[in-house]
Design a protein around this ligand. Structure first.
Ligand code: GAL
Length: 234
């Protein structure tokens, strides 16, 4: 039977609860692309068992900025109590930066990669098969949450992270001192990487139903046409 991977969530409104089709399985990956607000105090990504308030959380991934440099807290929330925190310094996600976060389900642990490099492992305390919801909250904006099913070839994480966001606009609940809510502030992040056209690259693992390729660009003012080819011969 053909298995069609779950479609990504694009530009979800934060706080966001999304359901994970088929729950978590060994080898499945979740790839989150986003940007931390400048001046952020914290945000978190939860892999949880249901979306109800007080649901168990198998992985709480929580970058914090209340010390310099920032750091990441990981933990579980079970039977209405937080477990033992694991902390890692420094954070791979500075305030104002774009990031990729990839969480892969291993048999014994979540393997967490940030911006294409291994960051940490978090040993399972709650069985991953109970996880059916991803929640994102705090001072962050998210461009996509994508899912990769178990597969023999190595996943190809998006790296370096691409910023596809307009200038910052703080939601009213995250007012930053001195910046009126809803007021755009200049973006401190570097411009996205620009590839030379014509551009050619191997697609690791090939194409299959549900796989998504996102191409961002600006059309040349003098352009007459635009070609994108996917060829079986590389
Ligand atoms: C608590 C905090 C929670 C969560 C937890 C992780 O202090 O209120 O939001 O981050 O730590 O251990």
């Amino acid at each position: 039977m053909a298995f069609y991977p779950q479609e990504p969530f694009y530009n979800p409104v934060i706080p966001f609860n999304g359901s994970i089709h088929g729950r978590l399985q060994e080898g499945k990956s979740i790839i989150i692309s986003g940007r931390v607000f400048p001046g952020a105090n914290r945000f978190h990504v939860n892999l949880q068992c249901g979306s109800a308030a007080g649901a168990d959380v198998a992985l709480h991934f929580n970058p914090r900025y209340d010390a310099s440099p920032g750091y990441v807290v990981t933990n579980t929330f079970q039977n209405s109590r937080w477990g033992q925190e694991e902390r890692k310094h420094p954070t791979p996600f500075p305030q104002g930066s774009c990031f990729n976060l990839m969480i892969q389900v291993g048999r014994d642990s979540f393997k967490i990669a940030t911006n294409g490099s291994h960051f940490m492992e978090f040993r399972h305390r709650i069985h991953f098969a109970a996880v059916d919801t991803i929640r994102v909250d705090g001072m962050v904006e998210i461009s996509s949450i994508a899912f990769q099913s178990p597969q023999p070839c190595t996943p190809q994480p998006a790296y370096p992270p691409q910023c596809a966001f307009p200038p910052h606009r703080y939601p009213p609940q995250y007012a930053v001192p001195g910046v009126p809510a809803g007021y755009p502030v200049p973006s401190p992040y570097p411009p996205p990487v620009v590839y030379t056209v014509p551009y050619k690259s191997v697609i690791n693992g090939g194409f299959y139903p549900g796989r998504t390729i996102t191409i961002q660009g600006v059309i040349n003012g003098a352009a007459k046409r635009l070609d994108t080819n996917k060829s079986g011969i590389v």
